[in-house]
Design a protein around this ligand. Structure first.
Ligand code: FES
Length: 226
């Protein structure tokens, strides 16, 4: 049996070394559902081409904004349906691991992919949402090292508290946005407002004052070079 630990969110990409260590301890490997390589599909192909007959997936969710567990099954099922040639059995743990310590218990709770799982499209995802703002959260190396994940947590919590969702604003992870000396950086479009040295308290203020109140948080606003 081949075990693959699948990082579900960008926070799990940040913790790649920890995931690799946990995978190696179980004679397994690591893949990511989004934002990093190897993708889950690429890792399944690699293992299947190498002769694996059973592949067991455990989704890892150690940070904010991970997609739901069903996405692990959907992506795995999509690969399985599209796979030409010999297909291994794919088992998927029935819940996401929120800590490394959860993994071994979850490995005993798997269910196989049948091919009957939902596909990658839905009527609900046909249209561009009506969001007013795009909130670009820098996940470049400097911003990540200076605590952006904590800001993201605060941002998501405040958005939830103020009942703001995808129809209000779109939260987007980006690579380096360039004013790295001001890390962690968050920018807001189309307002062209850039925030620097953001901490969790500031992230909460950005939601309350900027997105709800309509006034940017001037104390953390960065000047724009023209
Ligand atoms: S790493 Fe965030 S602005 Fe450069």
């Amino acid at each position: 049996m081949s075990v693959v630990l699948v990082g579900m969110s960008v926070s799990d990409v940040d913790r790649r070394d920890r995931l690799l260590e946990a995978a190696q301890g179980r004679d397994g490997s690591v893949a990511f559902l989004q934002l990093a390589d190897p993708s889950l599909s690429a890792e399944l192909t690699r293992l299947a081409d190498g002769g694996a007959t059973t592949i067991t997936l455990v989704g890892i969710d150690t940070g904010p904004l991970a997609p739901g567990h069903s996405w692990l099954r959907r992506i795995a099922a999509h690969w399985w349906r599209e796979r030409s040639g010999r297909r291994p059995t794919i088992e998927v743990a029935t819940a996401l691991a929120t800590t490394i310590d959860d993994i071994d218990a979850l490995l005993r709770t798997t269910q196989p992919i049948t091919g009957g799982e939902p596909g990658l499209t839905s009527e609900a995802w046909e249209q561009v949402t009506g969001h007013r703002h795009q909130v670009l959260v820098c996940r470049g190396p400097r911003c990540t090292a200076k605590g952006q994940v904590d800001n993201l947590r605060a941002l998501v919590l405040a958005l939830t508290q103020h009942h703001l969702g995808d129809d209000d604003l779109l939260l987007i992870h980006t690579g380096c946005q360039f004013p790295c000396n001001q890390a962690p950086v968050i920018s807001v479009q189309p307002d062209d407002v850039w925030y620097g040295r953001v901490d969790p308290a500031t992230a909460t203020r950005i939601v309350r004052e900027h997105f709800v109140g309509g006034s940017p948080v001037e104390t953390h606003r960065l000047p724009r070079s023209r």
